[in-house]
Design a protein around this ligand. Structure first.
Ligand SMILES: [Zn+2]
Length: 180
């Protein structure tokens, strides 16, 4: 019953950036090129392929439980998040947290791929707790605006998406625990 917004975002990206490949029974006519194919955004296609490969790598490393039949790997990467959750539901809680961190991070990466960095504002700075993070494209990192939140060299502290994802999943978990 996990959060499926990452899968939803991937479906959006697929609809936008992956050309539908026509297959199945034809209508008898020869396929004719009516218009030039839309240019693919290679960066986004690569991003999606890397995310799918990351899930596959994780699943290959998992020993399935003997009593639960393994589900076949879905053809659509957007369906692999549920497949991954199902196939790893028997693992230790910290391994499941690590899985949720990856899923959440991939969702953030899809946002970035769509040019949307507003997700940064939903994350407090892991260093000082302020809500002044912004995304710095050149560094591919979230940067804190707080002048007192600096590293040993006096530079603004920066955070990777993986770090923000780890903090987010930990925060969600503590909210869940305090709500029960
Ligand atoms: Zn900070």
């Amino acid at each position: 019953m996990g959060d499926d917004t990452t899968a939803q975002r991937l479906r959006l990206l697929q609809a936008e950036f992956v050309q539908p490949t026509r297959s199945g029974p034809g209508d008898g006519r020869k396929a004719t090129q009516v218009e030039a194919p839309a240019p693919l955004n290679i960066g986004i296609v690569d991003r999606m392929a890397a995310a799918a490969a990351e899930i596959d790598d994780h699943m290959r490393a998992v020993e399935p439980p003997a009593h639960t039949p393994a589900r076949p790997r879905p053809a659509n990467p957007a369906d692999r998040y549920e497949w991954w959750r199902h196939g790893t539901a028997h693992l230790a809680p910290q391994l499941q947290d690590a899985r949720e961190q990856v899923i959440y991070r991939q969702g953030l990466e899809y946002d970035l791929a769509m040019g949307d960095t507003s997700f940064i504002r939903r994350h407090p700075c892991p260093g000082c707790g302020c809500w002044g993070l912004f995304w710095r494209e050149a560094q591919q990192a979230a940067v804190c605006v707080n002048h007192y939140c600096v590293d040993d060299d006096g530079l603004s502290r920066t955070w990777s998406l993986a770090h923000l994802a780890q903090q987010h999943i930990a925060r969600q978990k503590s909210l869940k625990i305090s709500a029960t």
